[in-house]
Design a protein around this ligand. Structure first.
Ligand SMILES: [Zn+2]
Length: 278
């Protein structure tokens, strides 16, 4: 699932690859998918997109948004967006296919579930997750500072865990269960530890790790557990993921634990990320 680093990379790659291209063919919702959500009736997408020019793409809080004519195309985690080279056949099943005037195409498929929204700028997409993400200050932004982080911590319910703080309820849009693992490994903090049990020094380390780990992931074109616009894995080598769980911790040699926790597996080293409860 794409998160903040991959969404930023995707927007950058779209700007480099398809900005200025005219859309010559539109196929929306070609394949029925029970967990594909659209804005309005996708049968109307052709009217909104055909013969329009792809303008700039941007990203916020894990969303990627393309400006196309008088409309926006928005997607987030779960939507696999790929650039098809000239003449390449689209996959058998897809949710949105946009052929471009240089014979390349942008095709969107779905991993498990995803929202693919095309809507006229005049209507705006009135969805609370989208609006929260759009209004959020990115953790990579200078404005996301110690004071903002301290406010999130002070507003945390008493029993909230560190994972709950960072990766649920859109407290930090775009930071999800994927990026969380290395942020906490770098900070030597356990995802299950209660926020209230952390010392001031640990909270400072955690704040710095949120920023530096996400920056590292973004600077390297996203995590290697996700694929970019060209179908290639990102250049950031994830330390903790399903791919590395059977190897010892690269810092201390301890065993890596995988546990289902708060929607999604968490990975941690029991030795250098001990659980702290309060
Ligand atoms: Zn360790």
């Amino acid at each position: 699932m794409i998160e903040l680093p991959e969404a930023i990379t995707m927007a950058k790659d779209l700007n480099n690859s398809v900005k200025g291209r005219r859309i010559t063919k539109v196929i929306a919702a070609q394949n029925h998918h029970g967990f594909a959500w659209y804005f309005g009736d996708p049968a109307g997408y052709e009217d909104l997109l055909l013969e329009r020019v792809m303008d700039s793409a941007n990203s916020f809080g894990g969303y990627v948004e393309l400006n196309i004519g008088d409309s926006k195309l928005t997607f987030q985690d779960g939507a696999n967006v790929r650039l098809l080279p000239k003449g390449a056949k689209p996959p058998e099943k897809h949710q949105l296919y946009l052929k471009l005037d240089d014979d390349t195409a942008i095709v969107t498929t779905i991993q498990m579930y995803a929202a693919i929204m095309v809507f006229p700028v005049s209507l705006d997409y009135d969805n609370s997750y989208y609006l929260t993400a759009r209004a959020s200050i990115s953790p990579l932004d200078k404005r996301f500072d110690e004071a903002i982080f301290a406010k999130l911590v002070s507003e945390a319910p008493p029993k909230l865990s560190v994972k709950g703080l960072l990766a649920t309820e859109q407290r930090i849009p775009g930071l999800g269960n994927g990026c969380l693992q290395d942020i906490l490994w770098n900070a030597e903090i356990n995802p299950k530890s209660k926020v209230r049990s952390l010392s001031d020094a640990e909270l400072e380390t955690l704040f710095k790790s949120v920023k530096s780990t996400l920056k590292d992931m973004t600077d390297n074109g996203g995590r290697n557990t996700e694929k970019n616009l060209y179908g290639e894995p990102g250049g950031y080598q994830s330390i903790l993921s399903a791919k590395t769980k059977d190897y010892p911790c690269i810092r201390c040699g301890g065993a890596i634990t995988r546990k289902a926790y708060m929607g999604g597996n968490v990975y941690y080293c029991g030795k250098c990320q001990p659980v702290k409860d309060s």
